[in-house]
Design a protein around this ligand. Structure first.
Ligand code: TPP
Ligand code: SF4
Length: 284
């Protein structure tokens, strides 16, 4: 992580590309929260990379003045992992929608978690495929009616927080785009966490499935008495059906992040691990 001696103001962290999200889209609140977090942590934007997949959410890197990589659908995590392995000094964020991250890209989740790659993964969950005009997604509530499911969906939704707790992810949290200040605090903690930080962000799609009113009624902060090192207590909160808890469910600071484990192995192997030695072996 590379920091500056003073914060970059939020307005200077926006790029010249004006966001083309629909007015009222939750993704605006997420962008505000990410930039607030970057500014308050005094991060150097020249040492930040944001990798994304495809979707309305995938457009994120274009709108901010950091490095970015708008990759293919479902592949934000492999991209971000590669960037972090190549240069561990960078602050790496990955951004997906619920379709990108929990459907086509879901296979990458347990592996990023078990490697404990030091990236912050934001899944902008609007319970629908926004970019492709509103088909149901893996997090759509049971019975959701869309043009592609006119009689209502018949599948149960995934529970991303519970899923990632079960994968032994070392940092699991949930935020809401309509609470950008609280969300910025969660994102700051995710960035500072030395390992894989998974943050589900409720970010409603006002055009195809406006859930603002529903969530405003149901979200509550995680109780202050919750012990965030207790995974089973975190799971109980994640499976609560009436309340939707916001905040950090779980954090384990004792597991080694991936790049640290790799470096230790490199040191142990010494010269035999160098790129030069590898090239020599194949030359023979
Ligand atoms: C391999 C591949 N399959 C399908 C698509 C079509 N596609 C583009 S975005 C998308 C889903 C977007 O939904 P989500 O990830 O929830 O993001 P949102 O647009 O809601 O932010 C799909 C299916 C694609 N671009 N590439
Ligand atoms: S279609 Fe939905 S997710 Fe996409 S920009 Fe519009 S409101 Fe946001």
């Amino acid at each position: 992580m590379v920091t500056l001696d003073r914060p970059v103001p939020i307005k200077d962290l926006k790029s010249n590309v004006k966001p083309i999200w629909c007015p009222g889209c939750g993704d605006y609140g997420v962008m505000q929260a990410v930039l607030k977090a970057v500014s308050e942590l005094q991060l150097d934007p020249a040492h930040i990379v944001i990798a994304s997949g495809i979707g309305c959410s995938g457009r994120f890197p274009a709108f901010v003045k950091t490095y970015g990589f708008h990759g293919v659908h479902g592949r934000a995590l492999p991209l971000a992992t590669g960037v972090k392995i190549a240069n561990a000094d960078l602050t790496v964020l990955a951004i997906s929608g619920d379709g990108d991250g929990l459907s086509i890209g879901a296979g990458h989740l347990p592996h990023a978690a078990r490697r404990n790659v030091d990236i912050t993964y934001l899944v902008l969950d609007n319970e629908v495929y926004g970019l492709t005009k509103g088909q149901p997604s893996p997090t759509s509530s049971w019975g959701t009616k869309t043009k592609a499911s006119p009689y209502g969906t018949v599948e149960r939704p995934l529970n991303p927080v519970a899923m990632m707790l079960a994968c032994e992810t070392t940092f699991v949290a949930r935020g809401f785009s309509a609470r950008p200040h609280e969300l910025a605090e969660i994102i700051k903690q995710g960035i500072l966490h030395p390992g894989f930080a998974f943050i589900e962000i409720i970010s409603p799609c006002v055009t195809f499935l406006d859930t603002y009113a529903l969530y405003k009624q149901r979200v509550v902060p995680i109780p202050e008495t919750h012990d965030r090192t207790d995974r089973m207590a975190a799971l109980a909160l994640a499976f609560e059906s009436e309340k939707i808890y916001l905040g950090v469910f779980y954090q384990d600071n004792h597991s080694r992040p991936h790049h640290v484990a790799l470096n230790e192995m490199r040191k142990k192997l010494g010269d035999s691990y160098s790129l030069q030695a590898l090239l020599e072996r194949f030359r023979r």
